[in-house]
Design a protein around this ligand. Structure first.
Ligand code: 0T9
Length: 386
């Protein structure tokens, strides 16, 4: 149990017991200090774009097949950042701060080498269960990614099993004026290494990227002992609109992969990622994640867990009071940037093509509304060259 500090052993054991006997919203359980991260889940959508050149390259592909390959390459290249970056920066997976309703996170990646500027906007649209909605856009390239994330968790064989609920839709405005959409579903996660106090994620099962042109990527995830025998392995198959197999890619998503048919290298994430540019915390509004969690994060970073937990309670109490006041006043919290719809037509229509399970999902639609503009972030995707 090497990674658990001696003084936190019993508290880690009881935390694991509470996970094992609990199913539902893990984010609300109190965990021992050594496993706490100073970062809120509202920052996580930034992982979609920490390789902004690969995102922008989607717009430069010339054929439907090449565009689907570019989307697959970008998607696979996000996985290392999404699922292993806490291990790299903090030594293991950690428990993120549990966002409050209305929490916001804004950022961007600057224009460099003609790749265009990429904007990131995130809003916490539900607290219990936690649901995070995001909109990422590169207007000069005609690209936008809209999605939301929630999790359903259970415990099995000593690991936490996380089914991701939600999906993303990537929209590409083509030079012809046509619009191509990609429905992106999300892999399942297994959180291993809990007993030793050094949790890490393995991806399992299958996820899909379905284009409105009919091209489909089917991505299978395996850990140690399958395909290549290595952890973080995947195999992706690209099929044409008529179902014919066009390409097979194999490798490990946190390093490199290659095209099995041609032997050509496919993705490579051994190089550096690029974190989003975010305004200094001093200049952030009170609902912006780093400002909102400032005192808690400072406590966690400095090992002052008394302050961290006192500041966390303050935020939680303030939230509880807010919800009570709304009930008394008969009002409802208004989302700032998104509108909820019960049935996403893009999910339903594209999902049919690969028999998505579930067959329908809800979505949060970005409203292209202020103060998006005031933040110096361009609204919406515009036609390339327009
Ligand atoms: C969307 C991602 C998601 C969010 C996190 C499961 C998890 C919350 C959700 C799925 C992102 O695109 C990708 C990466 C990591 C996921 C988190 C890993 C994790 O452990 C947490 C859960 C809620 C816990 O904090 C479990 C308890 C903890 C002690 C284990 C480290």
């Amino acid at each position: 149990r090497g990674a658990v500090p001696a003084t936190q052993r019993s508290s880690w054991t009881s935390f694991l017991k509470s996970i094992a006997s609990f199913s539902g919203d893990l984010s609300s359980l109190t965990a021992p200090p050594f496993i706490l991260s100073p970062t809120s889940l509202t920052e996580f959508p930034a992982y979609w774009c920490e390789r902004p050149d690969l995102f922008s390259a989607i717009a430069d592909a010339k054929t439907d097949e090449d565009r689907s390959l570019a989307v697959l390459k970008w998607f696979i290249s996000t996985l290392k950042d999404q699922y292993t970056s806490r291990n790299e920066s903090m030594g293991s997976e950690k428990k993120p701060l549990n966002p409050v309703l209305g929490e916001l996170f804004y950022g961007h990646w600057p224009d460099k080498n003609g790749r265009g500027k990429t904007n990131l906007l995130v809003e916490q649209v539900s607290h219990h269960p936690p649901i995070t909605a995001y909109y990422i856009s590169n207007p000069s390239k005609g690209l936008s990614l809209q999605g939301h994330n929630a999790q359903k968790t259970s415990f099995s064989g000593g690991s936490i099993i996380v089914r991701q609920v939600g999906h993303a839709v990537l929209t590409v405005l083509l030079p012809s004026g046509d619009k191509e959409e990609f429905l992106i579903t999300l892999p399942r996660l297994r959180i291993d290494g809990l007993w030793y106090g050094s949790p890490y994620i393995e991806l399992t099962d299958t996820s899909y990227i379905q284009s409105s042109t009919g091209w489909l990527s089917t991505i299978e995830y395996k850990g140690k002992g399958y395909f290549s025998g290595k952890s973080h392995s995947f195999k992706a198959v690209l099929s044409a609109p008529d179902g014919a197999l066009a390409d097979t890619i194999e490798g490990t998503w946190h390093t490199t992969s290659k095209n099995v048919l041609t032997g050509a290298p496919f993705h490579d994430v051994t190089g550096l990622k690029e974190e989003a540019t975010v305004v200094d915390v001093e200049q952030q509004g009170e609902w912006e994640s780093r400002q909102l969690w400032r005192a808690v994060a400072k406590g966690i970073r400095e090992g002052d867990f008394e302050t961290a937990s006192r500041e966390k309670s303050k935020i939680e109490n303030e939230q509880r009071q807010r919800r009570k006041d709304e009930v008394t006043a008969g009002t409802k919290w208004e989302l700032k940037h998104f509108v909820h719809i019960d049935n996403d037509p893009t999910y339903e229509n594209l999902g049919k093509l690969f028999k998505a399970n579930p067959p329908t999902e809800d979505a949060y639609i970005f409203q292209h509304n202020p103060p998006f503009g005031e933040l110096g972030l361009e609204t919406g995707a515009v036609k390339p060259g327009a």
